[in-house]
Design a protein around this ligand. Structure first.
Ligand code: 13P
Length: 251
């Protein structure tokens, strides 16, 4: 089944608005080098509108890094899916390992967030991945199966308009990239789990790899049959570097 490649940059807690505006101009200027590859950027909330303006008409996605399932309420510090959409976002990362590990994000909470994103008109991007200890103890497949099954547990079989990102926690920000074979095995396993919920439509869901993706290792990772793109942290802070990774994703 045809899946067009998708490369997203997660800025995490980096960049002020002026830096986001400069990035948008650089990215827009270089987009032709990555023709045919979907690109998205996940800025801090404060720069969503800056990117929406700077990248208007470019087709580049703008994803929040996190959101609440609640539409409104006494929830100090939270942001709703509708607010992200209102600010100019087109999608949202859900369950990034840093949210799971540092902020107590649970599979049960994610089960509510995924349909809430769809209802607000945002592309939900569910992040999954095992820790070093889980891989060492042989629990990887079990962990990934649980995160997929529970995180997507409230979607109907026809709600397959989602993206999944596989980010092994031990590969994030460590310079330790998964081998292409290891990434392929995990992606194929995740797709088999998606098929349990979505049947054949699992074949059109894009699964991105994340964890120390750089311009010089992207091509071999992205050449794997079930690796449909990348979710890039550190190497996404410069437009040229994100574009180089996107160019490596061209089929
Ligand atoms: P790095 O590319 O910096 O390892 O980060 C990966 C990540 O967490 C993207 O969401």
């Amino acid at each position: 089944m045809m899946r067009s490649p998708l490369v997203a940059g997660n800025w995490k807690l980096f960049k002020l608005r002026a830096e986001a505006a400069a990035f948008a101009a650089d990215l827009k200027g270089g987009l032709s080098s990555a023709a045919g590859v979907g690109i998205a950027v996940c800025p801090p909330f404060t720069s969503i509108d800056v990117l929406a303006t700077g990248l208007a008409g470019s087709g580049v996605g703008i994803w929040g890094q996190h959101a609440s399932a609640a539409e409104s309420g006494a929830l100090t510090g939270e942001i709703s899916m509708g607010m992200l959409k209102d600010a100019g976002a087109t999608g949202v990362l859900l369950g990034h390992s840093e949210r799971r590990q540092l902020f107590g994000e649970t599979d049960a909470a994610l089960a509510d967030k995924v349909p809430a994103a769809l209802a607000a008109g945002l592309l939900p991007v569910l992040c999954v991945g095992e820790t070093d200890a889980e891989r060492e103890s042989g629990a990887t497949n079990e962990v990934l199966a649980r995160q997929v099954r529970e995180g997507l547990g409230k979607l109907s079989p026809t709600q397959a308009d989602i993206v999944v990102a596989y980010e092994p926690v031990w590969a994030i920000g460590t310079g330790k990239t998964a081998t292409p074979e290891l990434a392929q095995a995990a992606h194929a396993w995740i797709r088999s789990q998606l098929a349990e919920r979505f049947g054949e439509a699992a074949g059109s869901i894009r699964i991105l790899y994340g964890g120390s993706v750089k311009p010089d290792n992207a091509a071999t990772l992205l050449s794997q049959p079930d690796v449909d793109g990348a979710l890039v942290g550190g190497a996404s802070l410069e437009a040229a570097s994100l574009l180089a990774i996107a160019a490596a994703a061209r089929r």
